[in-house]
Each structure stands twice: as structure tokens, then as C-alpha cells.
Design a protein around this ligand. Structure first.
Ligand SMILES: Cc1cc2nc3c(=O)[nH]c(=O)nc-3n(C[C@H](O)[C@H](O)[C@H](O)COP(=O)(O)OP(=O)(O)OC[C@H]3O[C@@H](n4cnc5c(N)ncnc54)[C@H](O)[C@@H]3O)c2cc1C
Length: 384
């Protein structure tokens, strides 16, 4: 018997899941809130496991063919002079410009076309309510329709509304102190095949990237504490950017002028979603709606490292080695705190007591080793 799955959100995650589930024999319905398929968006650099997924879908070659043609990344001065440059040809697939750079809209369409052979797509609708029992989920839609599914998968982006319905109050937001605007502007003769990135004082940056559609992709970013800008109207967001970038220099004036007439303005305040779980009964999260890792990932490595140190210190009584091990953990822990603090101050702060504890462990192991020069800790009779 074919099982029914409802997917919400027809972008990168939703189309990918629709393809795999549809091919596996599930009856898949995808509901997208927008009135039609959404093009738009800028470069997604597909690396590592993402590229492997495309390979297994038979889409790797097609994705490379639809690439932006960006040849590298250059940091420029106010007068446009290049001060640093990383060319893709020198850095292989993993430089700042990846080998596979594809516009979000192109990637989503590439995934959507084969997925549509395995799933039914409905636009201009969204979930208004979910009532689940042990057997399935009754879904009420904004359109008034009600349907029952065996499972519901939410692929609705960072600010997912359905996630708030099904996992109320469970989201632990991690704000990244970066407000961004992306939009398309007309290409001019001077625009080359490099991602040109200019940093002005005040945490402001302007970047221009080539695409394969004969236009140029502009980005404005401001490093600042978030102030709810993602909830503002587009007019207010644009007015704020106009004000903020008025004296930023380089190509700011051109970008601000074109921002007024662009038809794909996209604004967001960078954040991560951190969830303690990704499923609740018959409802699961995927893509940006689920992303639960991020800065806290450093913590995952701690358990085996501490286990190794404990083994050396308590069981093997190898005090010199245990001092060296805990010393190495102090160094890597401190480096983790420094890096994490740039992206997620809360996650970084949680690691500080651990690093402090490791310092004490290092000092303790070294002190005991010095006081017991031949054997380290005396082993009690009958001890291990
Ligand atoms: C138009 C657009 C432009 C983007 N531009 C960029 C960019 O320039 N650079 C960048 O790094 N990232 C961009 N992103 C985000 C990027 O696509 C994602 O970070 C990443 O690809 C993960 O994709 P996702 O499918 O999880 O989420 P998303 O790509 O965000 O897609 C979520 C989809 O769910 C739909 N949706 C939202 N709420 C509901 C709802 N309640 N019911 C049904 N459908 C819903 C949205 O319309 C969208 O189609 C953009 C996203 C979109 C939608």
C-alpha cells in the first residue's frame, strides 16, 4: 500500500525530499505558499555531502552546466583595486568560490523538474492546523481544504510557521549579527566573472557576482545586533539600507539606485535554528526549518576526547600523556571558543567552563606526575 506524505515548501529541501520519496513509492504532495514556483536568490555553493546527493540523483553534470560561471573571489578597495584574490582554478572545488556555484532558483528548478514526475505540486496554500493521532495526521490548509496523510515533512525555511504550530516554543534561535539583502541588478560592461567584495567601515559590505542570465547579483550586508529587521516591510528595509550605505563607497550608489526597481529583493537577518528534536509524531522537519547543528557542533567532539583523557589518567595512570592530552584539549577548546564567539556568543560561552576545567585537569596531572616521578599515581593493591 502506498503511503501518503505531505511536504511543505517547494525549494531546495522540499524538491529533494519529494524526488527521493516519490521514487521510493510514496504518494507525495508538495504544498508551496507562494502562488507559483519561486525562482530568484543568489549563489548556493554545493560542496561535500550536498554534491554527493546531486550525484546520486544523476544531476551533478546538469548542476555544473547551470553554474554561475563565477571564476573566483576578489576583495576590492573603495576605488575597485583588487587587494586579494582567490581563483577557482587555483583552489579546486573548495575555495571561497566553489567549483559548483549555482543560483538558488536554478538549483531549485533543477531539482523540481524531475521531482514533479514523482509528486503532485500545489501552490498558493499552506498548513493552518495539524491534528495527529497514532495512525496519521489530519491537516487543515489555509484554503479550507482538509486532508489526511501518513506523514508530514516541513521544508519551509528558517522562519517556518508550521514548525511553530507543531513544535510550539521549542525553537532556540541563534542570531548571527548579520543583516543581508540580495537582489538582481542590470549588468554593466565593467562587471567581470569574479565575485567582487568590498568592505566599508561600520561592518558594511557590498558585493557583486556574475550569473549566467546576463545580470549581476548584488548583496548588501551589515554586521550588527539584530533589531527585528526581518519583520519590517520591504519599503522600510530598503529605506534603512539606503541610509546605511549612503556613504559606504565603491559601487554602493549604483547598487542602491538599482535596488529601487529590482523585482527580486530578498532580505534576512542571519540566524540558525536549533531544535532539540526534528520530529514530533507524524511531523518531521528538514532543510533550513530543521537545521539544528551549527556552532554547537564543537561540543559533539568533547565526549570521546574526555573519555580518552579519563582512560589515560585514571586507568592507565599515564600522567605525562594525560597532561599532554588535556593540554591539547585546552588549546583546541580555546580555539573553538574564539571561533564560535564570532558566530554564536551563547554557544561559545557554554564552552568556557569546560576549557577552564581542562586547565585544572592539565595542572593536576602535571603536579601528580612531578610528585610521583617513577610511577605516577601509586597503584593500590588490588587496583587496576
Ligand atoms: C526566494 C529565495 C531566495 C533565496 N536567496 C538566497 C540567497 O541569495 N543566498 C542564500 O544563501 N540563500 C538564499 N535563500 C535561502 C536558501 O534557499 C536556503 O538557505 C537553502 O537552500 C535551504 O533551502 P530550504 O528548502 O530549506 O529553504 P528555502 O530555500 O528557504 O525554501 C523554503 C520554501 O518554503 C516555502 N514556504 C515558506 N513558508 C511556507 C509555508 N508556511 N507553507 C508552504 N511553503 C512555505 C517558501 O516559499 C520557499 O519556497 C533563498 C530562499 C528563497 C526562498
Amino acid at each position: 500500500m502506498s503511503r501518503s506524505v505531505l511536504l511543505t515548501g517547494a525549494s531546495v529541501a522540499g524538491n529533494t525530499a519529494a524526488w527521493w520519496l516519490g521514487r521510493a513509492g510514496f504518494a507525495v504532495t508538495v504544498v508551496e505558499r507562494a502562488p507559483a514556483f519561486r525562482d530568484g536568490g543568489q549563489n548556493i555553493d554545493v560542496r561535500g555531502p550536498g554534491r554527493e546527493v546531486l550525484r546520486r540523483m544523476g544531476l551533478e553534470r546538469a548542476a555544473l552546466d547551470r553554474g554561475t560561471g563565477e571564476q573566483g573571489t576578489a576583495w576590492v578597495e573603495e576605488d575597485g583595486r583588487i587587494v586579494a584574490r582567490f581563483l577557482t582554478q587555483d583552489h579546486g572545488s573548495d575555495g571561497p568560490t566553489a567549483e559548483m556555484e549555482i543560483l538558488r532558483g536554478d538549483l531549485s528548478r533543477l531539482l523540481h523538474e524531475p521531482a514533479a514526475c514523482h509528486a503532485t505540486y500545489r501552490y498558493d496554500d499552506s498548513i493552518a492546523g495539524v491534528d495527529q493521532d497514532g495512525e496519521g495526521a489530519d491537516v487543515t490548509f489555509a484554503s479550507g481544504r482538509t486532508e489526511r496523510y501518513d506523514a508530514v515533512i516541513v521544508a519551509e525555511r528558517v522562519g517556518s510557521r508550521t514548525r511553530e504550530l507543531v513544535f510550539p516554543g521549542e525553537r532556540d534561535p541563534c542570531w548571527m549579527d548579520l543583516s543581508l539583502a540580495y537582489f538582481t541588478i542590470p549588468r554593466v560592461a565593467d562587471d567581470d566573472r569574479l565575485w567582487r567584495w568590498y568592505h566599508a567601515v561600520g561592518g558594511r559590505s557590498v558585493s557583486l557576482r556574475p550569473d549566467r542570465h546576463g545580470t549581476t547579483r548584488a548583496m548588501l550586508s551589515v554586521q550588527k545586533r539584530p533589531g527585528g529587521e526581518q519583520e519590517w516591510s520591504i519599503d522600510r528595509q530598503k529605506a534603512w539600507l539606503r541610509d546605511t550605505f549612503a556613504d559606504a563607497g565603491w559601487q554602493s550608489a549604483r547598487v542602491l539606485a538599482e535596488m529601487d526597481t529590482t523585482d527580486d529583493f530578498y532580505f534576512d537577518v542571519l540566524r540558525q535554528v536549533r531544535m532539540k528534536r526534528w520530529s514530533n509524531g507524524r511531523v518531521a522537519l528538514t532543510g533550513d526549518a530543521a537545521d539544528g547543528g551549527g556552532c554547537a557542533r564543537g561540543a559533539e567532539a568533547r565526549a570521546p576526547m574526555v573519555g580518552g583523557w579519563t582512560e589515560l589518567f585514571f586507568r592507565k595512570k599515564a600522567l605525562g600523556a594525560s597532561a599532554a592530552a588535556s593540554g591539547a584539549m585546552v588549546a583546541t577548546g580555546a580555539a573553538y571558543v574564539a571561533i564560535a564567539a564570532k558566530a554564536d556568543r551563547t554557544a561559545a560561552a557554554t564552552a568556557v567552563p569546560f576549557v577552564a576545567w581542562l586547565c585544572s585537569a592539565t595542572l593536576l596531572a602535571e603536579r601528580i606526575r612531578r610528585d610521583n616521578p617513577s610511577h605516577g599515581v601509586p597503584v593500590e593493591k588490588g587496583g587496576r
